[in-house]
Design a binder for this molecule. Structure first.
Ligand SMILES: *Cc1c(COP(=O)(O)O)cnc(C)c1O
Length: 446
């Protein structure tokens, strides 16, 4: 070929708004949604501008496989530096000897643990989904439920883990892996007791701290690390970083198995921009200000639980030790699906959630799950969370009284929510070089 392809002069220069207005507009809409609504989904948070920069950085271009210092491709000097920073920070933050920061998600972190310590068909003892467990702990439609033999424990009538049942099921079924930690379990877990049970049957104990890793990092929640053989977490919930997972352990032999379970076991190349952002969030979590944030997340969750209970709403287990809480709507005769739709219309985003003993299907449910992390990140404290509890109660009581969504109440609450959110601004416009985008976002409220 004699003719070379002419370089596209805009390729390295033009911004998204210019080159792809459709995607740009959707992102601008999402920014406005995040700015003007209150985010109460417990698995969400708002990352720092620094994390956003790392996520959108040129390290996305680099492909590496393997671990720092042992890559299969060249040119990995800076990739190694970035991943090593993330690993060292994870170890320092959680006080452990080994960290793998490559899992693309919490589910893949858990998959790697299954691959490292189990054979197909082995028995796993974990928390039932309707008690607050996670899909990746052996739920029927998940790979972990299809290829392994899950046995489930639940919670007692007061909403706490039934440790007698855990002990009995462990003795009866001799699991190879026991998992503690869930997606909708609001209480502190007795990790030492779990370890004792695991040891008594020769099982590996996995603590999945996805929903309290930020509180552990901030020193306001017991740490599972000294008790569990292996601990997994997501980095994007209350830990407040980029989407992804991490795996932590103190056991060198297990660490080697876990590393090869991540790669080449369940993953290929590393998503290095996510790893760079994990390094940034772990660095943020090592700063003293993170302790203040973590303590406020916990306080806010407790204030919200108290505000709901004060208005007659049942909170599973009567409170929380984590950033999340679950409301049981059965006494109101409401489903989680209709209640979450009405709250969303009122500017309060949360998710429907099964409650213990729920007879509604998973797409309907009888509960709602709320989390305090995202609101805390934008600056909400006790006063704001008391208001939020009052608004949730207004919407639910109105619905329960009329048997249908009350659009008047939704409209009134939505206006109040929006007014509060205006006093707690989040990111500026999408693109610093695109004043029209920034204006679009600000104009929407003025
Ligand atoms: C959120 C969560 C995960 C991981 O979720 P991904 O969506 O796969 O990142 C794993 N375990 C628990 C307990 C969780 O709550």
């Amino acid at each position: 070929m004699s003719e070379s392809m002419p370089p596209d002069p805009g390729y390295f220069l033009d911004n998204l708004r210019t080159t792809d207005p459709e995607v740009y507009e959707a992102l601008a809409g999402e920014l406005e949604r995040q700015q003007d609504g209150i985010e109460l989904i417990a698995s969400e948070n708002m990352v720092s501008q620094a994390s956003l920069e790392a996520l959108g950085s040129i390290i996305v271009n680099k492909t590496v496989e393997g671990r720092p210092g042992g890559r299969y491709y060249g040119g990995a000097e800076f990739a190694d530096r970035i991943e090593s920073l993330a690993i060292e920070r994870a170890k320092a933050l959680f006080g452990c000897g080994f960290a793998n920061v490559q899992p693309h998600s919490g589910s893949q972190a858990n998959q790697a643990v299954f691959l490292a310590v189990l054979k197909p068909g082995d028995t796993v003892l974990s928390m039932a989904l309707d008690a607050g467990g996670h899909l990746s702990h052996g739920a029927a439609p998940n790979l972990t439920g299809k290829w392994f033999n899950p046995v489930r424990y639940g919670i007692d009538g007061d909403g706490f883990i039934d440790m007698d049942a855990v002990e009995r099921l462990a003795r009866e079924h001799r699991p190879k892996l026991i998992i503690c930690g869930g997606s909708a379990y609001p209480r502190a877990i007795d990790f030492a007791h779990f370890r004792q049970i695991a040891d008594s049957v020769g099982a590996v104990l996995l603590a999945d701290m996805a929903h309290f890793a930020g509180l552990v990092a901030g020193g306001v929640h017991p740490t599972p690390l000294p008790h569990a053989h292996v601990t997994t977490a997501t980095t994007y919930k209350n830990l407040r970083g980029a989407r992804g997972g991490i795996i932590l352990t103190d056991d060198p032999a297990l660490a080697r198995k876990l590393d090869s379970a991540v790669f080449p076991g369940v993953q290929g190349s590393v998503i290095l921009n996510a790893v760079a952002a994990k390094a940034v969030c772990l660095g943020e979590a090592l700063k003293p200000s993170f302790k203040v944030y973590a303590a406020q997340v916990l306080t806010n969750a407790r204030v919200l639980a108290g505000a709901l209970m004060a208005r007659g709403i049942t909170v599973v287990s009567g409170g929380t030790d984590t950033p999340l809480l679950v409301a049981d709507l059965r006494p109101f005769g409401l489903t989680g699906a209709e209640a979450s739709d009405s709250l969303e219309a009122a500017g309060l985003t949360c998710n429907k959630n099964t409650v213990p003993g729920d007879t509604q299907p998973p797409a309907v449910t009888s509960g709602l799950r709320f989390g305090s992390a995202a609101g805390t990140t934008r600056g909400f404290r006790e006063t704001e969370f008391r208001h939020i509890g009052g608004w949730i109660a207004d919407v639910l009581h109105a619905m329960a009284a009329s048997g249908a969504r009350d659009e008047t109440v939704e409209r009134i609450v939505c206006a109040e929510v929006r007014a509060l959110c205006r006093s707690f601004p989040i990111y500026p416009g999408l693109d610093a070089d695109a004043p029209a985008g920034a204006e679009m976002n600000r104009a929407a409220g003025s």
